[in-house]
Ligand binder design. Structure first.
Ligand code: FAD
Length: 324
């Protein structure tokens, strides 16, 4: 058996949490199929960080260091990853369903001439074949997808396969990468990160999201205060209505045209629950909705619903969380 391929994304020289999750998902499949996990990390100055992937179940970690990989290059990464898979072979290739992973994975699938399915939330082996579960129609139904030929390529939604540390450590091997930036059609020169100190809504385990019901951008302080009460563990999310109004940055938008999130806890305050918003958050483990309208559609997906004025409820919740 050639093994399960796991692409591990880095940011600022660190392995991203979603990459630990991809390796954890790969480990689960490898155990079911009786094979190994082969993780690949591309970047510059990332060898030290890459070694940690062994703890999450990678039997071998291949590190491709090149100055050209300091920043993501669609062409460079696609060439190296698809060549690696062609040479080493693999049963299944897994990528994070991050912005980078969703760009890279279908390109690799196209080079391999195989099928691709994005944003999967479940992976299991049925009759020797790998079957992925993914939400369809904004999460209204779940479909099961299996590849009929070639190497199936999947991107894995964040916060679904929570990282599990294994006792054994994998080996780290150097991947010889020969790429020439001059061959790339496009080169990323600079990345301007916005609000780098904040937790990314796409990766946070707890999200406090606000909508038009907040009434003004200043009132978002209530949402920020509740998020802060979780002691750096919670991110602020937003509906499109408030992003379009310029109250919040697009990076915080949750939904069909924003980020797809799957936190353990999603608190929606003053959000009606339009289908396009639900598309991005309905797979959260616990949903708490605060809305003054008892008929608001958000209550249909909420595990806990609070009918009332968010101006009273959010500060009280923040007080209670601080006491925890
Ligand atoms: P509203 O629908 O106006 O809801 C505000 C809610 O706040 C109401 O339910 C109200 O009862 C409640 N409220 C008011 N005051 C209070 C108070 N004091 N206390 C408690 N509750 C209060 N939307 C997204 O969010 N994400 C997307 O990615 C997205 N993509 C879209 C893509 C397309 C193609 C289209 C057509 C739309 C998309 N939308 C998206 C927009 C979506 O349809 C809704 O318009 C939007 O989600 C509504 O945002 P909201 O819930 O904040 O506002």
């Amino acid at each position: 058996m050639p093994g399960i391929f796991a692409f591990a994304e880095t940011r600022d020289g660190e392995i991203r949490k979603v990459s630990q999750e991809v390796v954890t998902a790969a480990r689960k499949l490898a155990d079911a199929l009786g094979t190994e996990v082969h993780a690949v990390v591309l970047g510059s100055g990332i060898a030290g960080a890459a070694a940690e992937l062994g703890r999450y179940g990678a039997d071998k970690v291949f590190v491709g260091e090149a100055a050209a990989f300091d920043k993501y290059s669609a062409e460079g990464f696609t060439t190296v990853i698809s060549s690696f898979i062609k040479e080493h072979g693999c049963d299944v290739a897994l990528f994070p369903a991050s912005s980078l992973g969703k760009d890279l994975a279908p390109r690799v699938a196209a080079r391999l001439g195989s099928g691709y399915s994005s944003d999967v939330i479940g992976l299991e082996v049925q009759g020797g074949a790998v079957v992925a579960t993914r939400p369809e129609y904004g999460g209204k139904l779940l479909s099961q997808v299996a590849a009929t030929g070639g190497t199936p390529v999947f991107s894995v939604r964040a916060n679904v396969f929570l990282p599990v540390e294994n006792a054994k450590a994998g080996t780290v091997e150097t991947l010889n990468v020969s790429v020439n930036e001059a061959d790339f059609g496009a080169i990323v020169r600079e990345i301007k990160a916005g609000a780098a100190e904040k937790l990314d809504v796409g990766e946070a385990g707890i999200i406090v999201a606000g909508g038009r019901g907040l009434g003004s951008p200043e009132n978002f302080k209530l949402v920020e205060d509740l998020a802060a009460a979780f002691g750096g563990k919670a991110a602020v999310g937003a509906s499109r209505a408030v992003v379009d109004a310029g109250w919040r940055p697009h990076a915080e938008q949750v939904g069909q045209t924003g980020k797809t999130v799957a936190p353990t806890l999603y608190i929606a305050a003053g959000i009606s629950g339009a289908i396009q918003h639900l598309a991005g958050m309905r797979t959260a483990r616990y949903i708490v909705a605060i809305n003054k309208d008892p008929e608001a559609p958000i209550f249909k997906v909420a595990d806990y619903g609070i009918v009332g004025d968010l101006n009273e409820i959010l500060p009280r919740m923040a007080d209670e969380v601080r006491k925890m």
